[in-house]
Design a protein around this ligand. Sequence first.
Ligand code: 5RP
Length: 225
Amino acid sequence: MNADQMKQIAAEKAATYVEDGMMLGLGTGSTVFYLVEAVARRVQAEGLQLTAVATSSRTAKQASELGIKMIDLNDAPTLDLTIDGADEISADFQGIKGGGGALLLEKIVALNSRRNLWIVDESKIVPQLGAFPLPIEVIPFGLAKLTQRLEAEDLHPVLRRQANGELFLTHNKNYILDLHIGNIPHPHVLGEWLDHQTGVVEHGLFLDVAKTVVVGHPAGPEVLQ
Ligand code: 5RP
């Protein structure tokens, strides 16, 4: 079984956590794509009344085309449940997100949600964070100076580009630096340091955010909480 099939298994299980009348947060990525399909099927089949906020225009378009009512976060009360993918999750549920570049909107939506659930294939569960390069969203102004500061801290920043070689731009027209750290033994210490670096808009360390993780295995979904 390939990773995509395991993502689908996790997404379909997570869709069962959605209840009638909920205010949902919808993440971004290939796993969330399957989630949106599964939630939309429940809306059709069971007539669930849902309202949702998306973390990217891609998710918003897919969800609204499938009949899920989408609103702006500013018009939403506290979200009942946000379901999102992740790039790495450690045993104590700390996560790296932002592989798709939507980390800023994802973090804002996550922090405005009563409950966060992550959906991943089994390869994303790791003993320690850091093998996946940690994305940080940065302001274009002064990029070279910030890059030097990160290099001096041995954080090995690499400016993200698209497949065609053009610079990757976030929803807010910022850049992404991917930090090739290798091992993050103390994510809270690193997260706090990054929080204080002027020019860093947000980082992809999602710490103490998710209480539930649904992992897709070939044998079926596993719920960790
Ligand atoms: C986007 C994210 C995604 O949730 C993360 O990259 C996982 O993506 P996928 O489900 O495609 O593996 O953080 O910014």
